[in-house]
Design a protein around this ligand. Structure first.
Ligand code: FES
Length: 80
């Protein structure tokens, strides 16, 4: 599914960029061209960054302990 129709950026590309270390919409703009057109995708991209970071934090916590754990939420990504 596309997150950014202007640049043709998919959810999979955003998740991969976050897994590679991206934490802001600005970084996704630089790496993928996301939010470089109309900008309407920026809020959805921000939420996808947050959701991916949260899923990664939860998976990492569970893997470290070998069981399901509750972890604090990561800081919400910024647009900067
Ligand atoms: S939908 Fe991403 S810049 Fe227009």
């Amino acid at each position: 599914m596309y997150v950014c129709n202007c640049a043709g950026v998919t959810q999979r590309q955003v998740r991969q960029a976050v897994n590679d270390g991206a934490t802001t919409v600005k970084q996704l703009k630089s790496e993928l061209g996301l939010a470089s057109g109309c900008g309407q995708c920026a809020c959805d991209a921000r939420e996808l960054i947050f959701d991916t970071m949260l899923a990664n934090a939860t998976a990492t916590g569970a893997a470290a302990t070998g069981m399901a754990v509750s972890v604090g939420q990561p800081a919400r990504p910024s647009f900067a």
